[in-house]
Ligand binder design. Structure first.
Ligand code: 5CA
Ligand code: ZN
Length: 389
């Protein structure tokens, strides 16, 4: 869905890398998608029409391994976790993507793009004759500021296989894994199998947003290799740039380490909601950190956010308050400066401190600004996400 504005406004095209649907939605995921949400709200506020697309990695090694380890059907696991993620995002008032596309439902376009990539001579096969998997040559890839040695080490940590014998170049990435017994597989122009990771986002982004779209978003763990690999594939395919800029959210830690599925140190949004935490307090606790910063979660942050919300709610219930227009100008300025939400929250603390006298219209106008720009709905019912302003 596009969010239309006056004719002639420029379209902003945003792609967010979506979850791999197991262990969703932890606070690290939520922090990343709130960063994207701040961007989307700022774009809408600036008068752009917004086209926002997201994938869900509903078939991949880690998902299949989790399903196997827990004796669950992988499709059921993916569906249940995707539903949970969407419900959590709704509770946090994150504007939803449209389309929100799974890999399985995108296999047609992925196969089509692989056929075109093959025609460029970039694809080649590696492995035993029974399962000759397809790789894409990554010559010329942007190393995102890393040295070649660092790039290889990170590639190995994040799903890559630099040491697989037979590859032309250690950084070349798997694009199509040939069928193995017991693994899900689909027909394609390259034979029966399933896609590698990066090609899914290349195909879903290019087919929905076109080449040279505005922003690709995700956590900073996608800054290499995932985003440059998507870009290398897309450029080989279209002859044009892929994303023109990136949003990379900082990593949320817990218990001294990055919150991650493999470490198991996870705090889930759904658990916090079930424990009775106010979704707006969860949102506020996350917004208190700049989207680019790494930080460590602790429960006192939620209590502090709840107290802050309570103070703001009291202030918004006052009969009058300081000038709402000035407040909105300042909040906009903070957000247009690299989405500085923490500064916007301090501005609200200051407004709340002075509430009580002034303009009787101000409290309602302030509530509307908090809602549109920060996604914080503090008055009335919870409302529907996707309706900023
Ligand atoms: N399906 C791929 C992207 S195509 C994937 O990375 N899935 S994920 O489930 O592992 O992560 C979903 C999003 O959450 C990604 O943007 C990832 O960068 C982000 N993310 C994961 N862990 C954290 C964390 N601890 N802090 C902040 N963001 C995180
Ligand atoms: Zn992705």
């Amino acid at each position: 869905m596009r969010h239309p504005v006056a004719a002639g406004q420029r379209l902003a095209r945003v792609y967010a890398c979506g979850i791999t649907p197991y262990d969703a939605t932890h606070l690290g995921h939520a922090f990343t998608y709130l960063g994207v949400d701040l961007l989307n709200r700022a774009l809408l506020d600036a008068g752009h029409e917004l086209q926002y697309v997201q994938n869900v990695t509903d078939v991949d090694d880690p998902l299949l391994e989790r399903a196997e380890a827990t004796g669950t059907d992988w499709q059921e696991l993916a569906q249940q976790q995707t539903d949970l993620f969407r419900a959590d995002m709704t509770a946090l008032r994150v504007i939803p993507p449209d389309p929100y596309l799974g890999v399985v439902e995108s296999l047609g376009v992925i196969g089509d793009y692989l056929r075109q990539l093959h025609a460029t001579g970039r694809l080649y096969q590696v492995g035993d004759p029974e399962h000759p998997d397809w790789y894409c040559d990554m010559t010329g890839i942007d190393l995102a500021g890393l040295s070649p040695a660092e790039a290889l080490a990170i590639f190995a940590e994040r799903g890559g296989d630099p040491d697989r014998p037979g590859k032309r170049n250690p950084l070349d990435c798997l694009v199509w894994r040939m069928a193995r017994p017991g693994e899900p597989a689909w027909k394609s122009p390259l034979g029966e199998g399933r896609p590698g990771w990066h090609i899914e986002c290349t195909a879903i982004a290019v087919s929905t947003l076109g080449a040279a779209f505005d922003v690709q978003a995700g956590g900073s763990d996608l800054a290499f290799p995932h985003h440059p690999m998507c870009a290398a594939e897309a450029t080989a395919l279209t002859g044009q740039p892929f994303a023109q800029s990136y949003l990379h959210a900082g990593m949320v830690g817990y218990d001294g380490e990055k919150m991650s599925k493999s470490r198991g140190n996870l705090v889930f949004v759904s658990t916090l909601l079930a424990e009775g935490f106010d979704p707006m307090a969860i949102r506020l606790a996350l917004l208190a950190h700049h989207y680019r910063d790494d930080w460590e979660f602790g429960y006192p942050e939620l209590d502090a956010a709840q107290r802050r919300l309570d103070t703001w709610r009291v202030a918004l219930a006052a009969p009058a308050g300081p000038d709402a227009e000035l407040f909105r100008t300042r909040v906009r300025k903070a957000l247009r400066d690299d989405l500085d939400a923490p500064r916007a929250l301090v501005l609200m603390d200051e407004w709340a401190g002075d509430a009580g006298t002034g303009d009787p219209q101000a409290p309602a106008q302030i509530a509307a600004t908090l809602d549109a720009l920060l996604g914080l709905r503090l008055a009335g019912d919870a409302g529907q996400p996707g309706e900023p302003g």
